[in-house]
Every structure is written in C-alpha cells, then in structure tokens.
Design a protein around this ligand. Structure first.
Ligand SMILES: [Zn+2]
Length: 123
C-alpha cells in the first residue's frame, strides 16, 4: 500500500491520478467529474483537473465542458471545447437567459471506448 515517492509531488500526483483512472475504467462508469478523482487522491482540485486535462490531450480520456446555470446550478449546455468568452444562454430551468462564462464551465471526463457503443464489436 506504500506509495513510492518519485521525483516530487507532481509526478506522484500524476501516478496517483492515473491509477485512480484505471480503477474507474474497470467499472461500468463511463463519465466522471474531477471531484470524484480528487476525493480519492486527496490533492487540490485544480491540480487534479490539470492532470486529467493532460490525459485528455493525449486522447486517453475524453473531455467535455458542462456549463451550469449560475442561478440554479442545473446543466444548461455541454460542449467539446472549453468556453472562452462570456455569453448569454437560455436556462430552461429558470426560464430566462443567463450570462455564463468560462467560470461556469466544469470539465466532465469520459472514457472514449465506452462512448462508442454500437460502433464496435458488440451488436
Ligand atoms: Zn437556471
């Protein structure tokens, strides 16, 4: 159960996150929030997000950005790219247009192979 200390915190965190991802990959879970990983590895959320985004850049993970309404915190939009500017979006939960920006978007990570249902081996 001992965690080998490598050359510093950053490398250790990457390994811990990767081990955690492999555990989740072996479950039926197809998508997860960074907070789920953060709870397991016990590192600051922004550090965990950065490691996950690096993995997504390698295509070993997929990522999409969920925008939540700043008023009711319900999901109002999902996009493959992180929003870069503020814009008005209609929240059908509130029934009005709300102003959302990059701060309101959170990354949701998913396993690409679990998203390819129907396009693969099993019919
Ligand atoms: Zn709303």
């Amino acid at each position: 159960m001992a965690v080998q200390q490598a050359n510093g915190e950053a490398i250790t965190l990457v390994h811990r996150v990767m081990a955690c991802i492999e555990q989740i990959r072996n479950t039926p879970v197809a998508a997860f929030r960074p907070s789920a990983v953060q709870k397991r590895v016990g590192a600051p959320l922004k550090d965990v997000v950065q490691v996950l985004l690096d993995m997504a850049a390698d295509d070993s993970l997929g990522v999409e950005w969920e925008t939540v309404c700043p008023k009711c915190f319900n999901e109002i939009d999902t996009s493959p790219e992180k929003p870069t500017a503020e814009e008005g979006k209609y929240c059908w939960h509130c029934g009005e247009e709300v102003w959302v920006g990059p701060e309101d978007a959170t990354p949701i990570f998913f396993f690409p192979e679990k998203r390819k249902k129907g396009a693969g081996d099993r019919g």
